[in-house]
Write a protein that binds this ligand. Sequence first.
Ligand code: HEM
Ligand SMILES: *[C@@H]1O[C@H](CO)[C@@H](O)[C@H](O)[C@H]1NC(C)=O
Ligand SMILES: *[C@@H]1O[C@H](CO)[C@@H](O)[C@H](O)[C@H]1NC(C)=O
Length: 439
Amino acid sequence: MKSSILVVAISGLLTGAFPPEMMAMFSDIEARQVPSTDAAQKLSRDRTNCGPTPCSGFNAKEQLVSTSGQNAYASPKAGQIRGPCPGLNAAANHGYLSRSGVTTIPETIAGLSAAFGMSPELSAFLAAYAVIFVGNPLLGTWSIGGPPPSSILTGGLLGGAQGISYSHNVYEGDASIGRKDAYLNNGDAHSLDIKRFTEVYALGLKDDRYTLDMFAQDFLKKSQQSIATNPYYFAAPFSGTLVAPVAYNFVINLMSNHSASEPSGYLDGYNFKQFFGVSGDYPNFKWLKGQERIPENWYRRPSTNQYGIANGFLDFATNFAAYPDSLKLGGNTNGVNTYVGVNLSDLTGGAYNADDLLSLKTGKAACFYAQLAQVLVPDAALPLVGELAAILRLVNKWIKPITGSWDCPFIGQYDQTLFNQFPGYKYRPKGPATNYMKQ
Ligand code: HEM
Ligand SMILES: *[C@@H]1O[C@H](CO)[C@@H](O)[C@H](O)[C@H]1NC(C)=O
Ligand SMILES: *[C@@H]1O[C@H](CO)[C@@H](O)[C@H](O)[C@H]1NC(C)=O
């Protein structure tokens, strides 16, 4: 009942027209649209590490990311939390986010802009979603790992703040770059699996370079592996169809090093390992748990071309146009190799169909994902009365300014019963309350 009020409240915000810069990017991809997979793959390969539109200009002073003074590296101490996201872990290890691992929306916006050149609207959306679904809406905090120790919470009012480590199907999804599927690892989808890392590392060995196209192909391979090995494989609309594949693009767009000679940047093995907390030489790697770093003397993407929501959807659509089989919304139904996809039109009462996701013609994919974020509300938020008001305040403050002007089709209904056929849909591993990083 309370949850449905929230769903309505959020959907109501999604009306209007896209901002001009976003429309410009969407028409850009429309212009680039090509019928054949070969041509789409060429577009995918032609991308720089800043995306389809190269970064122009290099400003050493502006782009150098400080790793000294208050941003000096320090491994997490006992009680300081780290989780499944190397970007967030590295930011916290350098004080761009609270070193405790429990952060706020404004701190996330400032920290990720300074450390990576992520745009405020993208950080705000991701962080607000975290506070609402797996954080503490009353305090406005969220954990970048497991549940915070009670000392960090005021009075432990909300035992439900699991953090992103235990957000399977809500934030965290299967077929990740370096983390195993939760079900195949006793619910642990936050620890780096060194074998998985070594395999993806091998892709760039030849030229010591990693690209968006390489990673798009790797996501296709990982999805196929999950279908073939994980009876609980499930790509939920937000965590599986969007977050897991988008994280592949984050590595290239946000971890590449930039220079005057290569303003769009490139990612080599050294920087890839630093950001992922990996030591040793191929193939003898070791994961240094929670010790993800921003490399010394590393230059992020320029502030004139931050990575935002429109960039995110451009890369997303380019990947799926090139490798259509990697677009998954659905899961295994009865053991491994029994993948069934959900019909998007059936799920959304006819408001969307699968072509909308690939074409991006009208920005409908962005609408779809912004709206589908709500599908999980009834399962995940279970708000108390006070929390509901806090959640609505968060939506008004952080989500509405971003999505409120978008021109989205109205979704009359979400038929979530379509997910009941997937055993992985209900799988919700929870971490112990003490599951935070101890060194
Ligand atoms: C508010 C901002 C962010 C949030 C809420 C967030 C959350 C997450 C979550 C929940 C996952 C697990 C997804 C999965 O199952 O694969 C994840 C993974 C990942 N994130 Fe983030 N993230 C954020 C920012 C960033 C940034 C700034 C970067 C890069 C600089 C980044 C890079 C990655 C990568 C590479 C992975 C996949 C790790 C692996 O599979 O080994 N994220 N993030
Ligand atoms: C990044 O690129 C700059 C400029 O080419 C170079 O001096 C620096 O060593 C590189 N940093 C890393 C961490 O690779
Ligand atoms: C999805 O369902 C709609 C309406 O039920 C139908 O018209 C469409 O052909 C289906 N699409 C696929 C790919 O099966």
